[in-house]
Design a protein around this ligand. Structure first.
Ligand SMILES: Nc1ncnc2c1ncn2[C@@H]1O[C@H](COP(=O)(O)OP(=O)(O)OP(=O)(O)O)[C@@H](O)[C@H]1O
Length: 256
């Protein structure tokens, strides 16, 4: 199976020490990878390097078989939902998606049809001509998801994609990931919602303080660590066992 992402010995230092400390992995075509880790572990940094948005890294990153350093063409085949969604607030969904579609050179009639159908499926058709500035967080998130896939990318990066989505939309999103996988798409997905990662991922990579501390499917991770859920495994492998103590202290302090 073709490797869509190959990472070899990746280091990143923003100026005050390494935040990625030599990570290596390969992602074959059609795999859904859940990329998890505590706040500040380096997940977004990794994704931003893959997207060519963060430079100055050491090591090698190959996407679609090519070293991405100083390359742009591969980005046409990539979709991305960032952790913090920033859309052009003064535009309407129709204007925004037309703008995105034109960047990718999609043919106008086909693009217009796609836009209407996707807005309808994500329950945004009624507000298609309303300015994005008035949208709720979840509505903006749904629009960001549409804009990340409208050009039919082969590799999709989702950084906390379901934050703000209601239960129905989150379910659609999870099903959509499986449907995209069936089409041979590769998905690299970062989230703090362990139940979802556990369910949708073919493989889970756990990053802690810039290093990979676990890499395998959920059942492989379970064999390594005694625990019934991904949350237990996460806590154990990141050395976090004092959640009850911290919670009690917080309440103690506000009571004092
Ligand atoms: N532009 C930047 N300049 C300097 N330091 C940065 C920059 N971006 C990230 N960092 C630092 O790099 C480290 C990793 O951050 P990153 O955002 O990659 O973590 P993360 O795993 O995505 O965290 P979270 O779960 O909170 O989103 C953190 O210590 C962060 O402060």
């Amino acid at each position: 199976m073709e490797d869509v992402i190959v990472v070899e010995n990746l280091f990143m230092d923003y100026g005050s020490g390494d935040v990625l400390k030599g990570i290596s992995f390969k992602v074959p075509k059609g795999q859904i990878v859940g990329y998890i880790g505590p706040n500040g572990a380096g997940k977004s940094t990794t994704i931003r390097i893959f997207l060519g948005m963060t430079s100055g890294y050491r090591g090698t990153v190959k996407i679609f078989g090519e070293d991405i350093r100083d390359k742009y063409e591969y980005k046409r085949r990539i979709g991305y939902v960032p952790e913090i969604v920033e859309l052009y607030d003064s535009l309407t969904p129709i204007e925004y998606l037309n703008f995105i579609g034109s960047i990718y050179g999609l043919e106008e009639n086909r693009l217009n049809n796609k836009i209407d159908e996707l807005l309808n499926l994500f329950d945004l058709y009624e507000v298609r001509n309303t300015r994005i500035s008035s949208f709720s967080k979840g509505m903006k998130q749904k629009l960001a998801i549409i804009s990340s896939i409208i050009h039919n990318p082969d590799l999709i990066f989702f950084d906390e994609p379901i934050t703000g989505l209601d239960a129905n939309s989150a379910m659609v999103f999870k099903e959509m990931m499986q449907a995209l996988k069936k089409e041979g798409k590769t998905i690299f997905y970062s989230s703090h919602i362990m139940e979802v990662v556990e369910k949708v991922s073919d493989r889970i990579i756990l990053l802690n303080d810039g290093r990979i501390v676990a890499d395998g499917n959920f059942y492989e991770l379970k064999e390594k660590v005694v625990g019934s859920s991904l949350e237990d495994i996460f806590n154990t492998l990141t050395g976090f066992t004092n959640h009850s103590e911290i919670a009690s202290k917080v309440v103690e302090i506000i009571n004092s």
